[in-house]
Design a protein around this ligand. Structure first.
Ligand code: NAD
Length: 438
């Protein structure tokens, strides 16, 4: 495995202006990776054989752009934040927002990595007596479960508690109970670990309760495994052509309150958070569906769908806080086979589940801030459309300097369209105004 370290600084001004080869050189140096480090994301790095072993009916592998967001300081350590995503603007927005939080950066509190495994028991004749019997045996059930995972227990993890709830007294499934086995999964996401433990305990729990064992699987509402991340941005950083710092601060706080009042807005607000979180999850080989499911269930836990992050004004600046469950791992899952995911963890210097969760949350708060700032001031379309213009220029066949020239002309014309990009490119080529003709 390549060695890696936290970069001395993740503040890399002008990184976006470098060519890909120079970016790679700078990052290998900054993260202390072996010189062939980026082979892990080159075409073919994930072999067809490896892919065929991962899922069914494999036909090939599927590429996404892989990048790092720069400028992040998380818990006083600089970090390069790997992202794999198809959507323009997310990496730039995260890097820009992270720059504005410096030098303090982001601070996190990561809860113990405790997952919940559910054991459903149906056809319980007397649910109160059944629940009492399971509760009375909880310590012995947990001790039995711990014996099944000795190595995890040696690492300081393993089953820590068991509790039980009554879900129904009567109905098509008779009396229904659910037992929750709480398992500290250390650096693993933990789904397989927890599922195995639940399957092992289910018969005994059902017997104690006087019912039938039902489903035995983890809950993706891992509401004990949360990350809280905060940051603070001064008015001086908030000033933009659309307004001075205090005005932008007021507009962002108002945008936060809008999400707190309205689930329709909260959904989009949280999507802006997941832009950053998911990009890191995909790059680092995580089960992003599990995190998505947990995030939205957590957002709706009060019965109303709420924003996961809020922003409040303070004298001279703005404070943001995001709280969300983040079940991520630096061992297990796809990580033993996916070379790109391993590289991403190395680039990030994320060698524990705790650090990875902290980086994901910081990325989420950063992209949330960037979206709110853009929406509260110029709107997001300007930034999106200039990236879109570059994409259209490339699709029309532009390379090198021509990409910027075509994109600039499309923006000036106010017509970000594919046919217009082809016309502009043809004209620029025929008039020889550029050196770099494809
Ligand atoms: P896993 O099955 O690979 O187990 C992790 C392994 O790593 C364990 O054997 C553990 O003993 C070992 N390990 C080594 N060092 C460790 C350390 N420091 N901390 C913790 N464990 C350590 O992986 P998993 O995390 O149990 O399961 C994750 C996979 O399960 C993902 O691929 C996910 O997609 C999948 N999954 C998800 C769901 C769901 O979310 N609903 C359901 C089923 C499966």
């Amino acid at each position: 495995m390549p060695s890696s370290r936290s970069p001395r600084t993740a503040r890399l001004p002008g990184f976006y202006r470098l060519g890909v080869a120079e970016r790679r050189r700078r990052l290998l140096e900054a993260a202390g990776l072996a010189s062939d480090g980026f082979a892990a994301i080159d075409p073919g790095a994930l072999s067809i054989d490896a892919a065929d072993g991962m899922i069914e009916n494999v036909l090939g592998t599927y590429a996404l752009p892989f990048a790092v967001a720069v400028n992040f300081t998380v818990d006083e350590l600089d970090a390069l934040v790997p992202m794999a995503i198809e959507e323009p603007s997310v990496v730039a927005a995260a890097s820009n927002a992270a720059r504005m939080t410096r030098p303090r950066g982001f601070s996190t509190r990561v809860a113990a990595p405790v997952m919940i495994g559910q054991i459903q028991i149906t056809q319980v004749a007397d649910v109160e007596a059944g629940a009492s019997a399971v509760r009375a045996a909880a310590a012995s059930l947990v001790a039995d479960a711990r014996r099944l995972v000795p190595r995890l227990a040696e690492r300081g993890g393993g089953p820590v508690a068991l509790d039980v709830r009554v879900l129904a007294r009567t109905g098509p499934d008779g009396g229904v109970l659910v037992a929750h086995l709480h398992v500290d999964c250390r650096d693993a996401m933990g789904a397989n670990l927890v599922n195995t433990l639940c399957e092992s305990l289910a018969d005994r729990v059902a017997q104690l309760a006087g019912g039938q064992p039902g489903l035995r699987i983890l809950s993706n509402l891992s509401d004990g495994r949360t990350v809280t991340v905060t940051c603070s941005i001064d008015d001086a950083q908030l000033t933009s052509p659309e307004g001075d710092g205090p005005e932008v601060r007021r507009l962002i706080a108002a945008a936060s309150r809008f999400a707190e009042l309205d689930p329709y807005r909260a959904a989009t607000h949280n999507k802006g958070i997941m832009n950053g979180v998911d990009a890191v999850l995909v790059a680092t080989g995580q089960d992003w569906r599990a995190v998505e499911a947990g995030a939205h269930a957590y957002a709706a836990r009060t019965g109303t769908y709420r924003p996961l992050a809020v922003w409040r004004e303070r004298t001279g600046g703005l404070d943001g806080e995001l709280v969300m469950p983040l079940a991520v791992g630096t061992v297990g899952g796809a990580l033993h086979v996916h070379p790109g995911a391993r590289l991403a963890l190395d680039l990030a210097g994320a060698h524990s589940g705790e650090r990875l969760a902290a980086l994901c949350a910081a990325a989420g708060l950063a992209t949330n801030f960037a979206a709110l700032r853009a929406l509260a001031t110029e709107g997001i379309q300007r930034g999106h459309m200039s990236l879109h213009a570059r994409g259209l220029a490339r699709a029309a066949g532009a390379t090198g300097d021509l990409v910027e020239q075509v994109a600039a002309e499309l923006s000036a014309l106010g017509e970000i369209k594919a046919d217009r990009a082809r016309e502009v490119l043809a004209r620029l080529c025929s008039s020889h105004v550029v050196k770099d003709i494809p």
